[in-house]
Design a protein around this ligand. Structure first.
Ligand code: RTP
Ligand code: MG
Length: 170
């Protein structure tokens, strides 16, 4: 595989070029505090997604408010900001085919008690508030959230040798 010239997040396999999607994904303070970082990230790695950004960080109230600005008027907003700033998170960016939808499906439903077994929330959480992980829910959100948490130079594309097996020429 090689990176396509002219495409910010493109890739070529056997001469076929495709646009690869990027998404923002975070392990929330409960996941870090419960020692589940490795377990969580390994699910995305095993799926075949490519890790292109990673940092352990403390979210400030200002960053939390900007990240969750779509929920600013909701009654749960103050609690959401309090929770996401209550301890370190692991902020990541992943790349791959349909990465946004793929990560959302690996996460499971927002209310962990209702999340399907086999999903991250379904297997490791019980709560609506402390629901372990965050993932961008649209292309616009992914672009916005990646830019909020990472500088461009912090994102590193590292091809995985087995990608020729992961993508059947798509
Ligand atoms: P996230 O943004 O954290 O990845 O979660 P999500 O997309 O699955 O859910 P979203 O609708 O974006 O809500 C953001 C977070 O707010 C809390 N929430 N509480 N009490 C409630 O009705 C309620 N609804 C949402 C959850 O912690 C959710 O992760
Ligand atoms: Mg959301």
């Amino acid at each position: 595989m090689r990176t396509c010239p002219g495409l910010a997040t493109g890739a070529c396999f056997w001469g076929v070029c495709r646009v690869v999607e990027r998404t923002f994904f975070a392990v929330k303070p409960d996941g870090v505090g419960r020692g589940l970082v490795g377990e969580v990230l390994s699910r995305l790695e095993r799926k075949g997604l490519r890790l292109v950004g990673l940092k352990l960080m403390q979210v400030s109230p200002d960053l939390a408010q900007r990240h969750y600005e779509a929920h600013r008027d909701k009654p749960f907003f103050p609690g959401l900001v309090k929770f996401i700033t209550s301890g370190p998170i692991v902020a990541t960016v992943w790349e791959g085919r349909d990465a946004i939808a793929v990560v959302r499906s690996l996460m499971g439903a927002t209310d962990s008690a209702k999340a399907a077994p086999g999903t991250l929330r379904g297997d490791f959480a019980l709560s609506m508030g402390s629901n372990l992980v965050h993932g961008s829910d649209s292309k616009e959100a992914a672009e916005r959230e990646i830019a909020l948490f990472f500088r461009p130079e912090e994102l590193v594309g590292a091809a995985r040798p087995e990608e020729s097996w992961l993508y059947a020429g798509e």
